[in-house]
Design a binder for this molecule. Structure first.
Ligand SMILES: C[S@@+](CC[C@H](N)C(=O)[O-])C[C@H]1O[C@@H](n2cnc3c(N)ncnc32)[C@H](O)[C@@H]1O
Length: 297
């Protein structure tokens, strides 16, 4: 267990993604595995980890797959949760892309930051908040990669990262990009909520009441804060129903629906439907200048 504040671990410089795949998947995926190892995506992951280079855009489809090989894979692993006939039939590149997701999830994190959407996010937040120096509290930050990306794309942003390190399997392997204050969401909110303009929660654990509890506390203490939620929507694999019901009940208005291009540029992995939501729980029509412009136009 790291000491109370993680000050960033040294980068794993040499081909960590390749090493990870080789150790974890050798022999399981045959041709697909080789192509994934040689893919542009894996090169980009290594560049992110080793050199802190955030790509403008991730190359998620950088290989071809062979039908015969997939067929053999399917025959061999027919009980595997994701190797279904449906996948084989409709998504011939699915397995390779599924490996991309696993590589990224285990080494870096769950939201996939690229320069384009993260910059768009910071621009929109500056606009909504009508200020340049924006402070964000991030809950359950994981490796802090997204938070680092936010500060990298817009240096006037400051993100306080917190996580209780309960996902020990993830924290043992991941590469850290940011200082992480080790505390659970409740303590983090109680400690930092009055110092920030917005709260970020990305990929809160599925079927877990943590996000609901966090949102209840935020709404009790500072309902005027924007909530940046990244993950799948109701019925997906993040948080629990109570979280989404509470957003509805408190009439959280998702600003990304009408006013931003963030989700045009948000990238996600095959079979995953996460996106960015920016909730305003004190939404009033006409509050945002460009909304009024839109109406006039
Ligand atoms: C799916 S990961 C998401 C990490 C990161 N936000 C991302 O998008 O990559 C979930 C994270 O939640 C953390 N976590 C789980 N329960 C928590 C709690 N009650 N308080 C703080 N962090 C928690 C885990 O340690 C893990 O890092």
């Amino acid at each position: 267990m790291p000491s109370e504040v993680c000050t960033g671990y040294p980068p794993i410089k040499d081909n960590s993604a390749k090493k990870f795949i080789t150790e974890k998947y050798t022999g399981s995926f045959g041709e697909i595995e080789r192509e994934v190892i040689e893919s542009e995506f894996v090169r980009q992951v290594n560049d992110l980890i080793g050199n802190r280079n955030l790509p403008d855009w991730w190359n998620l489809i950088g290989y071809t797959t062979y039908e015969s090989e997939l067929k053999a894979y399917m025959d061999e692993k027919k009980n595997n949760e994701f190797a279904t006939f449906e996948i084989w039939k409709n998504h011939k590149s699915f397995i390779g892309e599924y490996m991309y997701k696993h590589i990224f999830n285990e080494l870096v994190g769950f939201a996939l930051p690229n320069k384009i959407w993260v910059t768009e996010l910071t621009n929109q937040l500056k606009f909504y908040l009508k200020k340049g120096n924006v402070n964000i509290l991030s809950l359950a930050s994981g490796s802090g990669c997204l938070e680092w990306a936010i500060e990298t794309c817009c240096p006037t942003f400051n993100v306080i990262c917190t996580d209780d390190y309960s996902w020990t399997h993830f924290h043992e392997l991941c590469e850290y990009f940011h200082h992480i204050n080790i505390m659970d969401v409740e303590k983090a909110i109680n400690k930092y909520i009055y110092d920030v303009d917005a709260v970020l929660i990305s990929w809160p654990p599925y079927n877990d009441e943590m996000a609901f509890k966090a949102l209840s506390l935020i709404l009790e203490k500072r309902p005027e804060l924007l909530l940046i939620y990244i993950g799948e929507d109701w019925g997906g694999c993040c948080a629990d129903d109570n979280f989404f019901d509470l957003i509805d009940e408190k009439e959280g208005k998702d600003l990304t629906e009408d006013y931003t291009d963030i989700n045009k540029y948000y990238q996600t992995f095959a079979g995953i439907y996460d996106r960015v939501f920016i909730y305003d729980f004190k939404y009033e029509r006409g509050k945002y200048y460009f909304f009024e412009e839109g109406v006039k136009g």
